[in-house]
Design a binder for this molecule. Structure first.
Ligand code: 8DG
Ligand code: MG
Length: 144
């Protein structure tokens, strides 16, 4: 991670299948250890939120996503860590371009593996920004 002197932009992708989302357990990363989080990463210069979500999901899971839509944005300040950080976190939702595709753990040094979790039965502990969102009652699913 870069210097935390200024707020940074993180883009997070909910990949939705039915009422489940894709989560992985993070390993030794500055902002979060051993917590479950969706795929995501830093917004690159010139990139749209949709492009960033698709790129990060591809890089981390090998999956191709579509119907990528903006959900919400949250402000996350991580002061209680060796290198304090501040993220403006953009949450996107998406679905699999090919529903038969299976996630691969492409960055095993960063993640223990990916799996689908029912929104009503999420694992613990969740990464703080997601935990906050779940506790607020946020619903990421399209209304039908
Ligand atoms: P990159 O530098 O390769 O672009 O990214 P990365 O190494 O994959 O970064 P990341 O830590 O996975 O994501 C960037 C930041 O986004 C993370 O440090 C903090 C913020 N972020 C949240 N919530 C979440 C989340 O639920 N998942 C992910 N992946 N990042 C999140 O605030
Ligand atoms: Mg990441």
């Amino acid at each position: 991670m870069e210097s935390a002197a200024v707020p940074q932009v993180g883009v997070v992708a909910f990949v939705i299948t039915g009422k489940s989302i894709l989560l992985g357990k993070r390993r030794s990363v500055a902002t979060a250890n051993n917590v479950f989080a969706p795929p995501g990463g830093h917004l690159e210069f010139g990139e749209s939120f949709e492009e960033c979500a698709a790129r990060e999901v591809k890089e981390e899971t090998g999956l191709d996503i579509e119907k990528i839509e903006f959900l919400t944005v949250t402000n996350n300040v991580f002061l209680d860590q060796p290198k304090p950080a501040h993220y403006v976190t953009v949450f996107m939702r998406s679905v699999l371009a090919d529903p038969t595709q299976v996630p691969k753990n492409i960055e095993p040094e960063k993640c223990e593996g990916w799996d689908w979790y029912d929104w009503k039965n999420l694992p613990n502990p969740l990464f703080a920004p997601l935990e906050k969102m779940v506790r607020s009652g946020f619903n990421p699913f399209p209304s039908e």
